[in-house]
Design a protein around this ligand. Structure first.
Ligand SMILES: *[C@@H]1O[C@H](CO)[C@@H](O)[C@H](O)[C@H]1NC(C)=O
Ligand SMILES: *[C@@H]1O[C@H](CO)[C@@H](O)[C@H](O)[C@H]1NC(C)=O
Ligand SMILES: *[C@@H]1O[C@H](CO)[C@@H](O)[C@H](O)[C@H]1NC(C)=O
Ligand SMILES: *[C@@H]1O[C@H](CO)[C@@H](O)[C@H](O)[C@H]1NC(C)=O
Ligand SMILES: *[C@@H]1O[C@H](CO)[C@@H](O)[C@H](O)[C@H]1NC(C)=O
Length: 447
């Protein structure tokens, strides 16, 4: 009782509120310009006067550079107004929660340099000091989809590997938190704080999956507004739902497979297609310099779907529509596509429509005629492992366990992909390795 009244008293002198201004959920992203990074974070305080700043420098004891950003107040959508939700849950809290989302773009960064940084308001609470590197050659990317706050089986290993420098960027191909909006958005906050040890060290590039769809993807669009302000702005998409970015020898292009099912309108579908084609056409004018094109989305094409290898009726990649996307990825010579959605690991042989390009060696695709599809949808979520697989005739390898992969482009001709399980229940180590050797990057005329 005494403690409580002391605190109430202290609130009057603003001391108890200090924690509200403490930055949390801090995460970095590439913008697509190598001398830039964009930092996003949250404060529970929505005080209009609260500053948005990154103090940074190459000496951890002297963060002499300052970058000022912008913030906005995010009104969490009233979840009980979603009829689907109010039918299931007894909603007790009627008041909407709010918090502030801050974005700061760092520009003019030197290449191959380690920067230290803190975020926040210098007159309130600054974060701890973190660091990131601007190295952009021989980057290893951790790639996975479908990781939530609970049962995030791969997270401890991701944190460890980020600290040990085993990868320098993360690509999370949709389905985050499970779900951001739940428990009055505490699930979203908890997830963003759980990935912070990774996302403060390396760019954390996210894209939308079906689990983000509530309230028209509101949580994703706001919490990852740095995707819109970073690569979205650089690539002219002006949205966090689809965007592209260049790093080293790779042009990454991320697109939204959920646009067909949730809140879609013809305008949005067509806008994405127009942007995608223009983006891929532009990337092809620069392939001498940046030969690899990697596409990212929550789901994959599935020309034949809904039958797994045992001929059991299973949705492999349900509720999307690649009718117009697939020919674009083919024509503009996308080398490899990463997705999640199925909560397992799958590597496919290069294929397009009815044709499968079977390699001589199972793990080395030499000058493949078609794009390669990888499903890495089992980083770990409360939905556990699922068994939906693509058609057997182009399935090179599958693993029903938790895990994530590593992508590395060695040079103009060689790409290496590995996947390893992180499932603790299994004593055995399950791995996959693929090399793509491509001497002829570029547009495809075939089929
Ligand atoms: C909803 O929860 C409140 C508080 O826990 C309880 O009093 C009320 O009876 C519940 N209503 C329904 C419809 O379950
Ligand atoms: C911090 O407070 C000082 C003194 O009130 C003020 O001059 C300065 O502008 C403030 N800095 C920021 C970043 O708000
Ligand atoms: C959902 O948001 C997108 C922009 O992200 C917008 O184009 C679309 O019209 C919205 N849909 C609805 C039904 O509000
Ligand atoms: C798939 O999307 C295209 C627009 O890109 C549309 O014309 C077509 O009707 C859709 N097909 C299905 C099966 O919904
Ligand atoms: C590209 O990388 C591969 C694998 O590391 C290597 O064998 C090959 O010699 C490299 N090619 C060039 C031109 O350096």
């Amino acid at each position: 009782m005494a403690t409580l009244s002391l605190c109430l008293l202290l609130i009057l002198v603003e001391a108890c509120q200090a924690d509200d201004t403490r930055p949390e959920q801090i995460h970095l992203a590439y913008t697509g310009t190598s001398s830039e990074r964009i930092v996003n974070y949250v404060t529970q305080s929505t005080d209009e006067g609260l500053g948005t700043m990154v103090a940074y420098g190459t000496d951890p004891d002297r963060l002499s550079l300052k970058a000022i950003g912008d913030s906005f107040v995010y009104d969490i959508p009233l979840w009980h107004k979603d009829p689907e939700i109010s039918a299931i849950y007894n909603v007790s809290k009627a008041d909407p929660r709010q918090f502030s989302i801050h974005n700061v773009k760092l520009t003019g960064l030197q290449p191959n340099t380690k920067y230290y940084y803190k975020v926040g308001d210098v007159n309130q609470t600054m974060s701890d000091t973190f660091s990131f590197s601007t190295k952009e050659n021989n980057i290893i990317y951790a790639v996975y989809g479908d990781m939530g706050y609970s049962n995030a089986v791969s997270l401890p290993q991701l944190v460890q590997e980020a600290r040990d420098g085993h990868f320098q960027a993360v690509i999370h191909v949709g389905d985050l938190a499970y779900d951001f909006y739940q428990k009055d958005a505490d699930t979203g906050d908890n997830f963003m704080n759980a990935i912070q040890p990774v996302a403060t060290l390396v760019p954390y590039m996210a894209l939308p999956g079906n689990h983000e769809h509530r309230f028209n993807f509101s949580h994703y669009k706001n919490r990852f507004s740095n995707m819109k302000l970073g690569p979205g702005a650089t690539s002219g998409s002006d949205t966090s739902l689809w965007y592209s970015f260049n790093v080293g020898l790779i042009h990454f292009v991320a697109f939204d497979t959920e646009v067909f099912n949730y809140f879609s309108d013809v305008g949005q579908i067509q806008r994405q297609l127009n942007w995608l084609e223009a983006d891929l056409a532009k990337a092809n004018t620069n392939r001498d310099k940046r030969p690899w094109i990697v596409s990212l989305a929550h789901k994959s094409k599935s020309e034949e779907q809904k039958c797994n290898y045992l001929m059991i009726w299973i949705d492999f990649m349900d509720e999307t529509n690649f009718t117009h996307i697939s020919p674009l990825l083919h024509k503009y010579g996308v080398d490899i596509h990463f997705c999640g959605h199925s909560h397992n690991y799958q590597r496919h042989y290069p294929y397009y429509q009815d044709e499968v390009d079977r390699p001589d060696k199972k793990n080395v695709y030499v000058n493949p005629k078609f794009m390669t599809v990888i499903v890495a949808g089992s980083a770990g979520s409360k939905e556990k492992i699922s068994h939906g697989l693509g058609p057997k005739r182009h399935l090179a390898k599958y693993i029903f366990d938790y895990g994530f992969g590593h992508l590395q482009v060695m040079n103009h001709t060689h790409l290496r992909w590995t996947w390893e399980n992180t499932g603790v229940e299994l004593a055995s180590i399950e791995q996959d390795e693929l090399w793509i050797v491509q001497d002829n990057h570029g547009m495809r005329s075939h089929a």
